[in-house]
Ligand binder design. Structure first.
Ligand code: 5GP
Length: 261
């Protein structure tokens, strides 16, 4: 059994503990759901288990195609062993279809399919509400250099390409997603790794035929049945495992979101 060390950081949906071995950490997925910079909060039982499993599946597959990630292995229902990186304080947003803050900010019609993926940079700072920044800000304040940013941008496009195909195969449109990267020193070699979860908490996923939202927008927009939507994503990815004790249910039925404000 891998023992957890001291708590390194507690975020809105995850806790990071030191790992037993140097350079490793244990990432714990909580059931907390937050939106609008923590103004809206709830607990959705089982969400952390599903996100742990979905994220493990996606990161494992990205590793298989040569995209290096922080994931070492999933260790239990709620936890993963990961490489401990120095996080680059930028949220990389990749968009295929216009929605969310893009539509609000620029008045682009919701649902507009973009000719090619759009990558946006946001400065990771909750107090400021993760503001959109330009490349020039990233260089000016030393958050990353041009070599790093070029590399990350290319990785974002590869990740998007892979994920779009993966989701298309299971009848889901990958609308947009957010990822973060970190610096890692592996035997003296500096690397940049994808160091974030990829789950319905961090992506927008629409059913390909009905455009039904299968992601955190169900919580943001009070659409209900968030747990069932995440389960549906896991079911289609064929990763609902008995160990999780989460049985497939028909979308839209059973369980309601538990609000424990
Ligand atoms: P938007 O900028 O439209 O609100 O979000 C774009 C995409 O990035 C969405 O898939 C959204 O879930 C994700 N995203 C943006 N910021 C955050 C964040 O701070 N946390 C999480 N979990 N996802 C985010």
């Amino acid at each position: 059994m891998i023992k957890k060390g001291k708590k390194l950081h507690e975020g809105k949906a995850k806790i990071l503990y030191a790992g037993q071995e140097k350079g490793t950490a244990i990432q714990h997925f909580k059931d907390n759901a937050t939106a609008y910079n923590n103004q809206k909060k709830s607990i959705i039982e089982g969400k952390g288990i599903l996100n742990n499993r979905i994220s493990e599946h996606i990161l494992f597959n990205l590793n298989q195609i040569g995209i290096e990630t922080h994931l070492i292995k999933r260790i239990n229902m709620r936890e993963q062993l990961v490489k401990l990186v120095e996080i680059i304080p930028i949220e990389f947003i990749v968009r295929n279809i216009s929605t969310g803050s893009l539509t609000k900010r620029l008045g682009i019609e919701d649902g507009t399919v973009l000719d090619k993926p759009l990558i946006e940079f946001c400065y990771k700072n909750d107090n400021l509400g993760d503001p959109l920044v330009a490349r020039e800000h990233i260089y000016a304040f030393g958050w990353a250099n041009d070599v790093e940013l070029d590399w990350i941008t290319k990785q974002c496009l590869r990740i998007n390409d892979y994920m779009q195909g993966m989701f298309k195969g299971i009848g889901i449109k990958l609308v947009d997603f957010k990822i973060e990267f970190g610096r890692f020193n592996e035997n003296g070699k500096k690397k940049i790794l994808l160091a974030d979860e990829i789950s319905p908490d961090t992506c927008r996923l629409w059913d390909a035929t009905s455009d039904k939202k299968l992601d955190k927008d169900r919580f943001r927009k009070d659409l209900g049945n968030l747990f069932e939507a995440y389960q549906e994503v896991a079911r289609r990815l064929n990763i609902l495992h008995e160990e999780t004790n989460i049985k497939p249910v028909q979308f839209g039925k059973l369980r309601s979101i538990k609000n424990r404000k």
